[in-house]
Ligand binder design. Sequence first.
Ligand code: 5GP
Length: 190
Amino acid sequence: MELLRNKVITEGIVLPGNVLKVDSFLNHQMDPVLMQAIGREFKHRFAEAGVNRILTIESSGIAPGIMTALEMQVPLIFARKQKSLTLTDDIFVETAYSYTKQQSNDITVSKKFIQPGDKVLVIDDFLANGEAAFALARIVGQAGAEVAGIGIVIEKSFQPGADLLTGEGYRLESLVRIAGLEDGGVQFAD
Ligand code: 5GP
């Protein structure tokens, strides 16, 4: 995706710990034209997948998730992050280690929003170790639904997440793939 790639080149900032800061267009200030293009691109890539639900995680997954949901005309559900839980009867729970916050979160989705037989597209802003996307996919599995695919805005291909998800058999589509963040710059995988 040329538009996204250009934004990463002109506005992305490489931070220590292999973190790419994109807060001027993706997860703090948001560029609506770019977000609309992201939604259209995911719709195009998953057009034949029979998607009837989109699942993401708060907060940075919500913007690309809702734009994709709008394009595909299906509901968006976002998983909530909570520290620890006592009552878990009416929610699906999985644990994911947060790459940026460096802590484990229980992530939860109300059971009423994903049903057996649903075809769920998982969307997130970044893919690093795959913790967040894999936890979302496991929630889909808990519901007896099917993961129609996983759509990622920015994949850091030099980290283990992409191999983890494809190794688990999921279809992964990433709009931009980054091969490295060396010397303060962004090296693209393609
Ligand atoms: P993973 O669960 O794949 O290890 O990491 C993905 C999650 O961590 C995403 O939901 C995203 O919020 C955050 N994340 C991982 N790497 C980066 C990064 O380089 N930049 C930003 N802004 N967020 C990241």
